[in-house]
Ligand binder design. Sequence first.
Ligand SMILES: Nc1ncnc2c1ncn2[C@@H]1O[C@H](COP(=O)(O)OP(=O)(O)OP(=O)(O)O)[C@@H](O)[C@H]1O
Ligand SMILES: [Mg+2]
Length: 375
Amino acid sequence: MSVRLIDVTKIFEDPTRSEGKITAVDRVNLEVAEGEFVTFLGPSGCGKTTTLRIVSGFEAPTEGDIIIAGRRVNDDPPNKRDTSMVFQSYAIFPHMSVVQNISFGLELKGRPKAVVREETARIMDVMGLSSMAKRRPDQLSGGQQQRVALARAIVNRPKVLLFDEPLSNLDAKLRDQMRLEIRRIQQTFGITSIYVTHDQIEAMTVSDRIVVMDKGRVMQVGTPFEVYSRPANRFVADFIGRVNFFDGRVVEGGDPLRVDLGGKTVEVGSRVPGVVEGGRAVVAVRPESLRLHPANEGGPSFATGKVTKAVYLGSVIEYELDAGFDRPVLAVSHDPVDAGFFTVGDIVALDFSARAAHALASEILKPLPATSGIA
Ligand SMILES: Nc1ncnc2c1ncn2[C@@H]1O[C@H](COP(=O)(O)OP(=O)(O)OP(=O)(O)O)[C@@H](O)[C@H]1O
Ligand SMILES: [Mg+2]
């Protein structure tokens, strides 16, 4: 029931482009364990759907192998792969009732009538669809239709469930509910699942592991914690959530790392391989991990900045600060009513804990100015 992708590449011929072809998927290697929920996350056009279609058999790889449950399935058509796909558009039959939609696949397989009835009833019960068994899709809400589509995919007990942005047609609230629903159903049945989305919150909510892709390539495979808090590179750090990057030089390679940021030394609790003493590094700090203090209070800080924007959102307040770096510094403060907040024009000192800072290799680096960073 596990799925393996070995060096999977897909090159499309595209006569409208000067190069004549496009590498949609570029040497992707991945192992999805039995019962695991893995999500492909990345910007539009990065190759998520193409990869999923290659697993399902709707697309053939230009190179590489697909292994499902230990067997190479490259030459098997989609209906011989024991995968089931759930799409963005629900793909349920408009002229059939809920119960007919769900039982259709089992009937097609020639299962005995009693079994079809029993299995269909069970799945409708799990999905909360029993009370609407006789209704047609046009008598259902978007979320209910999507549940029918999901029930239809699951009732056949596929070895692998494949989802391509299944929730993008739903409104925000329903999407939140359906995410948890999908996760619950997947865990109830223990079905190995591969999910595609470009919504990072969705990916964080449902996944055991996330595969972050860019331009057909895998940039990182990790748990939600790893891709958010221990990103492998600048692309991942930047694509998932918001982040501040501070360019610096590693003055001590120990644990914690000590990094010079334009004259002030900060401690950094984690790093990627390749960050070494004497070399350059980019220190990544999430906005919610930056601590702001009134500048006149003294205390530890690596920079001083002026508040240029303060957006009050109720539960949080979001700041932009000019601290003399090449881009504005972002900070988020929680519970502003209790914690107090700054306003535009205030001068604040910036600080972060070593735990919340992560050092990346500085692959793309502008030359550092002689004195950078300190206002
Ligand atoms: N049949 C095709 N012929 C030519 N190019 C294609 C074809 N299908 C996809 N592509 C190209 O391959 C790349 C990857 O497309 P894909 O649909 O996999 O992206 P995606 O990550 O799913 O994007 P989105 O988030 O927008 O759905 C894109 O540049 C796309 O234009
Ligand atoms: Mg897509």
